[in-house]
Design a binder for this molecule. Structure first.
Ligand code: ADP
Ligand code: MG
Length: 392
């Protein structure tokens, strides 16, 4: 090992990927006196906050990975599609870095089949019934009780992409063909009351903390709103956090891990998927919790003690998609920033992306309140000014 842990402020921390999650990690790290080396394939939000931007041809670019290795003793990731192999390369050899998370944990999250097997069999957390679909025959012969179901590509899906609702085995074969015959899973379609997530953070020493549960509302498969803490019974909070803790422990995880859960109409939980990185639902912790998910990521990878995750107020986070840059007639416009900044208790985050494409995550607002009613009223006002969907 080329450095002694804990890594102290002044050290350079490695970051694979440079999107908004990476930018907010780099903001937390630089606030605490660390520097960031960020590897990405193009100019990106996190480069704005990185002392060492590493422009790479791909995440596995040997030259870029060697440069990263020469700069840092520990590396983290902000994007689950950074190949586990790239993290492995970074960890190998006498000049190898400590990777948080470790490649094996990332490998599990990168494949929905491995992920569901791990969740249900190793961590023993309930999930939707599912099966692996590798061939047209698998789709035709899938268990009848999985219909109606959701066919999902095993790799590469996000924000509802790479998914199809299928009512019959014939539907499933057609959807499988449309997806190019790549490995998929078929999950039973569940009757959801609510979607929630839990973020767990575990450091090198095995100390682990979970945040109170996040309540998530999606629109067209993309997260639109997070309410923190979630409006669910205490028992469900405790249960979800205990599951998340167990998942992180069984993975021997180091870093920040998010677990998405479905709450069914009967009040029971099903784990849906994991993300081996900070999560969109956790943005709200920057202002509404004693320690943010990004600060926990810094603490975990450096081997520092983790911080308390208690809420300091209620928070409602609204995503700002590129759609906010278009009016009803599809004409480009500048969103009403002055109007948002005139609202009390509303914090604006913009990621610095130049091209405001529809459905692209451009920024978010976090609306704070001593009570949930106050936070929600502020979120409604912010949504109106920015033409975002009405918060729930
Ligand atoms: P992504 O990687 O795109 O977030 P998810 O597995 O989380 O993929 O699916 C996206 C959304 O689709 C979920 O947030 C949920 O609303 C819906 N969904 C996914 N799987 C199921 C299911 N088995 N039953 C009901 N709804 C589902
Ligand atoms: Mg999801």
């Amino acid at each position: 090992m080329k450095a002694t842990f804990p890594l102290v402020p002044g050290s350079v921390l490695g970051l694979m990927g440079g999107g908004q999650l990476g930018k907010m990690f780099a903001q937390a790290a630089t606030r605490m006196g660390y520097h960031v080396a960020c590897l990405e394939r193009a100019q990106c939000p996190a480069f704005d906050v990185s002392r060492h931007p590493i422009l790479a041809r791909s995440y596995e670019d040997p030259k870029a990975l060697a440069e990263m290795k020469s700069l840092v003793a520990a590396v983290t990731t902000e994007f689950e599609n950074v190949p586990a192999a790239a993290l492995e390369t970074l960890s190998e050899g006498p000049d190898g870095c400590f990777t948080a998370p470790q490649p094996d944990a990332v490998r599990i999250s990168q494949d929905r089949w491995r992920e569901k097997e791990f969740l249900s069999k190793v961590a023993q957390v309930p999930t939707a019934p599912y099966c692996h679909i590798l061939t047209t025959e698998d789709a035709l012969n899938a268990p009848k009780d999985l219909f109606p179901g959701v066919l999902k590509t095993a790799e590469g899906g996000y924000d509802g992409k790479g998914q199809a609702v299928v009512k019959t085995p014939t539907d499933a074969t057609e959807a499988f063909a449309r997806m190019g015959g790549v490995p998929c899973i078929l999950e039973k379609m569940l009757d959801l009351a609510l979607e929630v997530s839990v973020i767990v953070c575990r450091n090198r020493q095995g100390q682990s903390v979970t945040f109170p549960v996040f309540e998530n509302h999606h629109r067209d498969g993309i997260l639109a709103e997070t309410v923190f803490p979630a409006r669910i019974p205490q028992k469900l909070h405790d249960e979800a956090r205990a599951y998340a803790d167990r998942i992180a422990e069984r993975l021997h995880y180091c870093g920040v891990l998010c677990i998405e859960f479905f709450v069914l109409k009967d009040g029971s939980l099903r784990a849906n998927e994991t993300a081996p990185r900070p999560h969109n639902s956790g943005h709200v912790t920057i202002e509404a919790a004693l320690t943010s998910q990004y600060e926990e990521q810094v603490r975990a990878m450096t081997g520092m003690p983790l911080g308390p995750t208690d809420p300091i107020c209620h928070g409602v986070m609204l995503n700002i998609l590129g759609d906010a840059w278009y009016d009803e007639n599809d004409q480009k416009r500048e969103p009403a920033w002055a109007g948002v900044l005139a609202l009390p208790g509303v914090k604006l985050h913009l990621y610095g992306k130049e091209d405001a494409r529809k459905k692209r995550k451009m920024g978010h607002v976090t609306c704070l309140g001593e009570t949930l009613d106050i936070a929600l009223a502020r979120a409604k006002a912010a949504a109106q000014v920015l033409h975002l969907p009405e918060p729930k």
